[in-house]
Design a protein around this ligand. Structure first.
Ligand code: ARG
Length: 262
């Protein structure tokens, strides 16, 4: 039987040994930033023909991850209404997904400084263009939306008598519109615009609902994660200063979107 003293010495050396090896482990730790997005939201977060996750938001967070000292930015595609739950359970560190800063969400997560400004539009079939010009024209009709979005919330308030059909992503709303399952698809303006730009047909047109400056996209982290939030805001400033933000913006929008607001 070892004496009490030897036991204590053993315990101490184990503790020391452990702390030494954990320091070493810390030094070569592969630092991963776990990012969550919903990946059918072109041009912000989507999957290209080769199966790669691409878009403005993903270029931005990859650039910011580097600035923040991460070795890897691991992007996970999730359902849109699964993004906040994934943050709350620490499965991801942050959400970047054309995610609007809103008071409802700010009860559950903390938001970074805004990086993009936009508003809502709706798409209609050309045959209905004269009948469906403004948001009130949509009341009492079948309307397509993405579940859990600010557009869906807006429609619930503005269209008391409409039949709101909720889909997992904007592309599903476009299909339903084309198939005649609804008369309008409400989504964020740049997303509807991107669809129209790449759409081969001429039978769909866009109408504005809210002004450009009614929504701002931000990066969401767990409530109270001030350390990460501070790093994010600092990295956002740094990529703006270095010109990287502008380069990414030029690539996706052909202009510097940080000029839209200060
Ligand atoms: N900006 C809107 C919102 O935050 C729509 C976002 C949808 N994003 C997405 N990746 N599907 O509710």
């Amino acid at each position: 039987m070892p004496s009490k003293l030897t036991k204590a010495a053993l315990a101490l050396s184990v503790a020391l040994g452990l702390s030494v090896s954990s320091n070493v482990a810390h030094a070569d730790e592969h630092k991963v930033l776990k990012v969550g997005c919903e990946a059918a939201f072109a041009p912000f977060t989507y999957i290209d023909d080769k199966g790669e996750l691409i878009g403005f938001d993903l270029d931005l967070i990859r650039a910011m991850g580097k600035v923040m000292g991460y070795d890897e930015v691991k992007i996970t595609a999730l359902p849109f209404d699964g993004l906040i739950p994934a943050i709350l359970t620490d499965n991801i560190d942050l959400i970047i997904s054309g995610f609007t800063i809103s008071p409802e969400r700010a009860n559950k997560v903390d938001f970074s400084d805004p990086y993009y400004m936009c508003g809502l539009t709706f798409l209609v079939n050309k045959s209905n263009e004269d009948k469906l010009k403004k948001i009130s024209d949509l009341d009492g009709k079948d309307i397509c939306l993405q579940i859990g979005t600010t557009g869906a919330l807006y429609a619930q308030k503005a269209l008391k008598n409409a039949n709101l059909k909720q889909f997992n992503s904007p592309p599903d709303t476009y299909l339903e519109l084309q198939n005649g399952g609804c008369v309008a698809a409400i989504n964020d303006r740049p997303v509807n615009d991107f669809f129209l730009k790449n759409y081969k047909g001429k039978d769909i047109v866009s109408k504005t609902i809210t002004t450009e400056n009614s929504e701002y996209y931000g990066i969401a982290v767990n409530k109270g994660n001030d350390e990460l939030l501070g790093k994010i805001n600092k990295a956002l400033l740094e990529v703006k200063k270095s010109g990287e933000f502008k380069n990414i913006s030029m690539k996706w929008f052909g202009r510097d979107i940080s000029e839209d607001f200060k």
